[in-house]
Design a binder for this molecule. Structure first.
Ligand code: LIP
Length: 261
């Protein structure tokens, strides 16, 4: 068998999460990829562990990972990996981050696992078989009015310069909802929508590795997940995302500004 099981991807995320937990609040050898886009040696250690484990179990799979990029080989089997989603939180000692691992077959994500090592919370899904949190079924909340909704969003690393910085939406939705949170991990933001802790999530600019696993988890929990053009191919460039139950998803799409102008 050259395809993984849900159990395999769950254990892989859990074991990578141990690396994050063991190094939390230690010397992280922080380096900067941009003005505010940073990386720690733990990002690289977690990613190497995940890729080595996959190579030990499966032959010739392809990878798209935040730190090492896209592997050059061709394969029907693609792993989409964020070794630490919430790296800025991790680097600052804020306990809100996770490991995000997705597996896609012939271009369609079929398995996803997001593990939060600080709360020991394993969010996972297999396409067509539902989503769970530590084995318990997940379902989005059916909140259908913005003023009763708790929303979550994020900002791109080039927010200082880009017109799609999302600040105008933060203010607009802040005046239409019960609140807008910025928690710092897209994967956990999506999993919190899947679990009903949050009602809706959006970002104007995001990466495949941030959302591939949790996007499937949210879909399997009953969320409508699209890009900001309301298209279902939210993993295609240029990436953006909106996730909520269908009624609230429509209200977010209707009110979203696609630029700061
Ligand atoms: C982060 C996302 C976050 C987004 C940040 C960044 P990273 O991913 O989780 O939601 O707002 O700009 O993309 O860099 O921690 O893997």
């Amino acid at each position: 068998m050259n395809s993984p099981s849900l159990l395999f991807i769950q254990e892989l995320a859990r074991n990578a999460g141990r690396i994050l937990h063991e190094n939390y609040e230690k010397d992280l050898n922080i380096k900067f990829k941009g003005d505010i886009d940073l990386v720690t040696h733990v990002d690289h250690e977690s990613e190497k562990f995940i890729i080595d484990e996959i190579n030990n179990s499966f032959r010739d799979h392809k990878f798209l990972a935040e730190e090492s990029g896209e592997s050059e080989n061709q394969s029907d089997h693609l792993w989409i990996i964020d070794p630490i989603d919430g790296t800025v939180n991790y680097a600052h000692g804020v306990p809100f981050f996770c490991v995000s691992i997705a597996y896609a077959y012939q271009g369609k994500v079929v398995l996803g696992a997001v593990f939060d090592p600080m709360r020991n919370e394993m969010f996972s899904a297999e396409r067509g078989h539902g989503a769970t949190l530590n084995g318990n079924p997940l379902r989005v909340k059916e909140q259908d009015t913005l003023k009763k909704s708790l929303l979550v969003t994020g900002f791109p690393y080039d927010a200082w310069y880009t017109e799609t910085n999302n600040f105008a939406n933060y203010e607009k939705f802040g005046k239409m909802s019960q609140g807008v949170r910025r928690l710092g991990s897209a994967a956990l933001d999506l999993c919190y929508v899947a679990s009903g802790r949050m009602d809706g999530y959006w970002e104007l600019s995001i990466k495949q590795w941030d959302i591939a696993a949790a996007g499937l988890i949210a879909e399997e929990a009953g969320a409508k997940v699209t890009n900001i053009q309301n298209q279902k191919n939210y993993l295609d460039e240029p990436l953006s995302i909106v996730a909520a139950n269908p009624a609230l998803h429509e209200l977010i799409i209707q009110n979203l500004n696609h630029s700061s102008k």
